[in-house]
Design a protein around this ligand. Structure first.
Ligand SMILES: NC(=O)c1ccc[n+]([C@@H]2O[C@H](COP(=O)([O-])OP(=O)(O)OC[C@H]3O[C@@H](n4cnc5c(N)ncnc54)[C@H](OP(=O)(O)O)[C@@H]3O)[C@@H](O)[C@H]2O)c1
Length: 344
């Protein structure tokens, strides 16, 4: 047994010197280093941008999707979609713990959810049992490795595993809302009717208080209705966020020309950077949680329209994100019921 690099660089095959996330190929040899753990994987939660791309490329054919997922993992040693670059996360049971792994409270047999992306997690799939096109989850017989620096959460006993998996996949989003949104703010959540969007709306409603305003901009009437039913926004607008001037005109009107202090982008499609930027006030904040965001489009686009806004790359991690997200599921019976219906 060797002691590996805490960030997993000992597993990088190509290009040597890069970190596992940026690597094209990593070793998915399931022999653990002394500072790694081996996980017996039950279910993968593929990141929505990646799953949507695979679903479209395979015309929603579950067999073709399984073949595509298998071929990506065989090629790369990890489930990193070559088009979107994104991954997802997994749940499974701890099978082996190396003697140098730092968390001495973790035990063999613990059920965990990884909180680092599948785009850097060594994965070996023996069999894909089911691709669930309705909730982005893939049931597998597989093994995975977590590095010494890897984040994970032991699954709570009061929340069903697949519900926790679905919520923890997007835990960074509501936790960032908690950090960014202040009392009295006007907030727009683009793609607010999706999974991360619902959690962000809940947190934003809490943070803005009685004098603030939460606006949801959502593509489908059904997802918009979900937010109205849950009472998770003051204003719900149906429209297409790939049409920046249309959304700008609408938000300009509903905010009496004031625009938004904070914009959270939760969509799973490309081409929504400028909508997010245009509807933000000067000196306001845009948080791009969406993995379909282009840095180039956002940076050059903001400059092109003379917008001085603070743009935040959607780091999926912020301290306490897992607890905050699971707490929303505990606090809100209606979100819990919705997520149970959609993801369990
Ligand atoms: N930063 C991170 O660490 C991290 C972690 C996990 C996920 N993500 C990313 O976060 C994003 C959201 O994930 P999720 O799981 O919440 O996805 P989701 O449940 O699929 O939600 C996406 C939402 O965006 C809406 N939408 C799609 N096209 C739109 C458009 N043109 N205009 C307005 N709304 C539109 C969708 O509406 P319809 O369903 O009606 O089309 C849906 O409600 C994805 O890009 C995902 O890859 C990031």
């Amino acid at each position: 047994m060797i002691k590996g690099c805490k960030f997993g660089t000992h597993r990088v095959l190509q290009p040597i010197g890069s970190l596992p996330q940026g690597a094209l190929k990593i070793s998915n040899d399931m022999e653990i280093a002394t500072n790694e753990i081996l996980v017996d994987v039950k279910t993968l939660n593929i990141d929505s941008a990646s799953f949507t791309q695979i679903k479209e490329a395979c015309q929603k054919d579950e067999i073709k999707m399984a073949e595509m997922i298998n071929s990506i993992v065989s090629e790369r040693g990890k489930m990193q979609n070559p088009v979107t670059g994104s991954g997802g996360m997994l749940i499974g049971t701890v099978e082996k713990i190396g003697p140098d792994f730092p968390d001495k409270n973790l035990k063999v047999g613990d059920k965990i959810a990884t909180l680092v992306s599948l785009s850097l997690t060594p994965l070996h799939i023996n069999e894909i049992k089911k691709v669930n096109t309705s909730n982005d989850q893939v049931d597998v017989d597989a093994k995975a490795i977590v590095f010494e620096s890897g984040l994970y959460a032991v699954l709570p006993s009061d929340i069903p595993e697949k519900l926790a998996l679905a919520a923890l996949d997007v835990a960074g989003a509501p936790a960032q809302v908690e950090k960014l949104v202040k009392e009295g703010d006007t907030v727009c959540i683009i793609g607010g009717g999706g999974k991360s969007g619902v959690l962000c709306c809940y947190q934003a409603m809490k943070n803005v208080g009685p004098n603030g305003k939460v606006i949801v901009f959502e593509y489908s009437e059904s997802n918009a209705q979900r937010i109205r039913d849950l009472g998770l926004a003051h204003e719900v607008i149906v429209g297409d966020a790939t049409k920046p001037v249309e959304i700008y005109n609408t938000i300009n009107e509903v905010t009496n020309g004031q625009l938004c202090d904070v914009v959270i982008n939760n969509v799973n499609v490309q081409g929504t950077e400028m909508s997010s930027i245009l509807i933000t006030k000067d000196d306001g904040v845009v948080y791009f949680f969406s993995m379909a965001t282009s840095f180039t489009k956002a940076a050059l686009g903001a400059e092109g329209v003379g917008k001085d806004v603070n743009m935040i790359v959607g780091n999926g991690y912020t301290k306490g994100h897992a607890n905050l997200t699971l707490q929303i599921i505990r606090e809100s019976e209606s979100i819990r019921q919705l997520f149970e219906k959609l993801y369990v």
